[in-house]
Design a protein around this ligand. Structure first.
Ligand code: ZN
Length: 373
């Protein structure tokens, strides 16, 4: 059996490259997790996700508990089999979506009661139930249930919210059934306040987790604040445990967070942008609906080896979006995911070769070629 372990193989400044060993395979870090919301990375087959170089995907507890239901997925095997992803899967706890999507949500000391945004039926999510759902899905990495502190929050509000999350982290830990190669991650909260972030990290360390996420960021505070919170948090986390920045971000956000010691990311940007004609490329961000691409036969990104870039030109992709053909979002999502996975591979190589600064400068110089549209 495989022990759940993160082995750091190289460092460059505060950045780290390594390998996360799990029951379902290895994850080279820094890693970007495609978001597989409802048992699918939207507009991609599992083969195409694998082809981009992704080694781990994220599943959403909230969406899967409502439809088709965690017990039903367990009856059919598990989430790996259900979505044809034998590799590692990290599931979130459901807390973030309950607060952002569900109706009539009511939070109390023991959990949250809410109505499904699909049919209005009532559900209850507690730390133990969230961990149980993630167990039924056979999540490789389980996340504790937490409250994503809204932004902005006063220091008193942020402290009360963080302390609630720390009590739930303890209950999540008690509910988790340890197995070889499986991990449970705690989540640091505390809004933008360094002393609360430190207190949260210390509380999680006392409980003891296999990895540590930083939550409650990328919700409107701005990149400079995100980075300052990371700088205040990272020194209080164990040196070798994986560190996961939830819900981040743009390529520039990711490079900045990797430089501050983050190992794992997830974000809907590459998939959501792919459905709305926005292309992330080595030359910046394009909107393929723009009329200037109507007769542009050039490859979308000459540096990319995905099918959208090697088999088609920008004019064809522009046409697909103008004609509202399904293939447009499919090809562009594949491209954006390829761009993100190539970025992560580039970061891992640059850290190993101790030239991360030069890599970051070159990436920014490339993006500056294009005026964002
Ligand atoms: Zn491409």
């Amino acid at each position: 059996m495989t022990a759940f372990a993160h082995r750091i193989t190289a460092t460059d400044g505060n950045a780290r490259a390594g390998v996360l060993h799990t029951a379902h395979g290895e994850v080279p870090t820094p890693a970007f997790l495609p978001v597989g919301t409802a048992g699918t990375v939207k507009a991609m087959t599992s083969d195409s996700v694998r082809a981009t170089g992704a080694s781990i995907v994220l599943g959403n507890t909230y969406h899967l508990m409502l439809r088709p239901g965690a017990e039903r997925i367990a009856l059919l095997g598990d989430l790996h089999r259900f979505m044809d992803w034998p590799g590692p899967i990290l599931t979130d706890s459901g807390g973030f979506q309950v607060m952002s999507l569900a109706k009539l949500r009511k939070i109390d000391a023991d959990g949250v009661t809410f109505q499904s945004h699909l049919d209005g039926s009532t559900y209850r999510l507690t730390p133990a139930r969230s961990v149980e759902i993630q167990h039924l899905l056979d999540a490789t990495i389980t996340m504790v249930l937490d409250e994503c502190t809204p932004f902005p929050a006063t220091p008193d509000e942020a402290r009360a919210s963080m302390e609630l999350s720390m009590r739930w982290a303890q209950r999540s830990h008690e509910a988790f059934r340890p197995r070889d190669g499986y991990g449970l991650f705690g989540i640091v909260q505390g809004s933008v306040y360094p002393e609360l972030r430190e207190a949260s990290a210390r509380a999680l360390l006392r409980i003891g987790f296999d990895g540590y996420a930083v939550g409650g960021l990328a919700i409107g505070e701005g990149q400079a604040t995100t980075f300052s919170v990371l700088e205040a948090t990272m020194p209080h986390l164990p040196a070798d445990a994986p560190r996961y920045l939830m819900g981040v971000g743009t390529p520039d956000d990711i490079i900045g967070a990797v430089r501050r010691g983050v190992d794992m990311f997830d974000c809907v940007i590459p998939t959501r942008a792919g459905r709305t004609a926005r292309a992330y490329t080595s030359q910046g961000v394009f909107n393929l609906r723009n009329a200037r691409f109507a007769e542009d036969a050039a490859a979308l990104d000459p540096a990319c080896a995905c099918p959208a870039c090697t088999r088609h030109g920008r004019a064809y992709l522009h046409h697909l979006f103008k004609a509202e053909e399904m293939l447009g979002p499919m090809l562009l999502t594949w491209h954006n995911m390829q761009y993100y996975q190539d970025l992560m591979r580039g970061l891992r190589t640059a850290i190993t070769e101790r030239r991360l600064d030069a890599f970051a400068d070159a990436a920014r110089a490339g993006w500056a070629q294009e005026v964002p549209t």
